[in-house]
Design a binder for this molecule. Structure first.
Ligand code: COI
Length: 357
């Protein structure tokens, strides 16, 4: 456990908080006053520091810059009405961070370091946790390989950082439906690759197809499986759910999709509410048919940044699947209201998801 006395602390002389308009927050362009850093060398993590958020120094030859040996997480903290701060499901995020680190051959940051670093940082910047409902403090822990070496190998040295910043909605659409298109000529991940880990390469690989999708008027890419280009996997920034008839269906965790923490919340709540739930391969043809026959009544994505995001339209190879383009469907709405209610301490926390600091 890192004690506060172990952390070297340099406070920002004057907070930047007064420069921030919390009423117009978007996602990912505002950062809190401080950041956390810890160093891995000679086989152990040491020298925890909290200092003013700002540029970092790294060797131009560091492996993260060339070969992408790194991992990250995306988490959120919320403000309760009584002022308490809730970090949402940090242990679940930590478990995924561990698995991602193992896939990238990065030494584990011990859980007690991860947790207390994050708690100390958020406690120092507690004024940055937005007071409004539907807004939150986004938390981005990440590890980068820092060896000064251009050969391709496991780095011997790393930095673990945590940065945070207040955020609003992830998509410009807010909570209005987004539109998706498949891109069968590109793939996000294949079994045995790193698709189920939260690592930079998965996201870097998706940037060009996502840009193309935007040029064609779609918000994001709906990724199909890499082998048959047939089964729907995820959206890159979120997992995806389909209401087909009376069943909520999503792709299984079979090695290529990110095991989303919000995905897990959706499955948990749907089962708790007595809904029929299936984690199984869903083909794009099944969705087109279900769209035509009216059996496909709702599509929505789930993610830490995206929370619950309705999908109003899916394009695939000349086929258009039309859903409600103007509003969230009832299942997505119930999920959104329940999950945001739990975030802010206004709905029952059904499975100890809230971690109060
Ligand atoms: C998250 O949802 O936390 C992510 O890391 C997705 C990212 C594209 C913002």
């Amino acid at each position: 456990m890192i004690e506060l006395s172990d952390i070297e602390i340099e406070r920002k002389p004057v907070s930047s908080i007064n420069k921030v308009d919390f009423s117009t927050l978007r996602f990912g362009d505002v950062f809190s006053d401080h950041m956390f850093e810890m160093t891995y060398a000679n086989g152990f993590w040491s020298t925890p520091k909290i200092y003013p958020y700002g540029p970092i120094t790294i060797h131009p030859s560091a492996s993260i810059l060339h070969y992408g040996q790194g991992v990250f997480e995306g988490m959120k903290a919320f403000r309760y009405r009584d002022g308490q701060t809730n970090i949402f499901r940090p242990h679940r995020h930590y478990q995924r961070f561990l698995r991602s680190s193992a896939r990238m051959n990065i030494p584990a940051v011990p859980e007690e370091y991860f947790m207390s670093a994050m708690e100390h940082l958020i406690e120092m910047d507690r004024e940055w946790v937005p007071k409004d409902k539907y807004k939150s403090l986004y938390i981005r822990p990440f590890v980068v390989a820092t060896d000064e070496f251009l050969g391709l190998k496991t780095s011997d040295t790393y930095k673990f950082y945590i940065i945070t910043g207040p955020v609003g909605n992830y998509y410009a659409e807010g909570i209005n439906p987004v539109s998706l298109t498949t891109m069968p000529e590109y793939v996000r991940a294949v079994k045995g690759g790193s698709g189920e880990a939260k690592v930079p390469g998965n996201y870097a690989n998706s940037i060009y197809p996502a840009w193309l999708a935007r040029q064609r008027g779609y918000t994001q890419v709906l990724w199909l499986d890499a082998l048959e280009h047939k089964y729907v996997e995820e959206v890159g920034s979120m997992n995806i759910f389909f209401m087909i008839g009376d069943t909520l269906v999503t792709a299984p965790l079979a090695g290529t999709i990110l095991p989303g923490v919000t995905r897990d919340c959706v499955l948990f709540l749907a089962k708790k509410w007595g809904m029929k739930v299936e984690e199984r391969p869903v083909s794009i043809d099944e969705l087109i048919d279900a769209g035509k026959s009216g059996k496909l009544t709702e599509v929505f994505g789930s993610g830490t940044a995206a929370v619950i995001s309705p999908v109003g339209h899916i394009h695939h190879d000349g086929h258009e699947i039309e859903l409600d383009r103007n509003k969230m469907g009832p299942i997505a709405r119930r999920m959104y209201d329940t999950i945001t209610g739990i975030h802010h301490g206004e709905a029952e926390d059904p499975d100890n998801w809230c971690h109060l600091i």
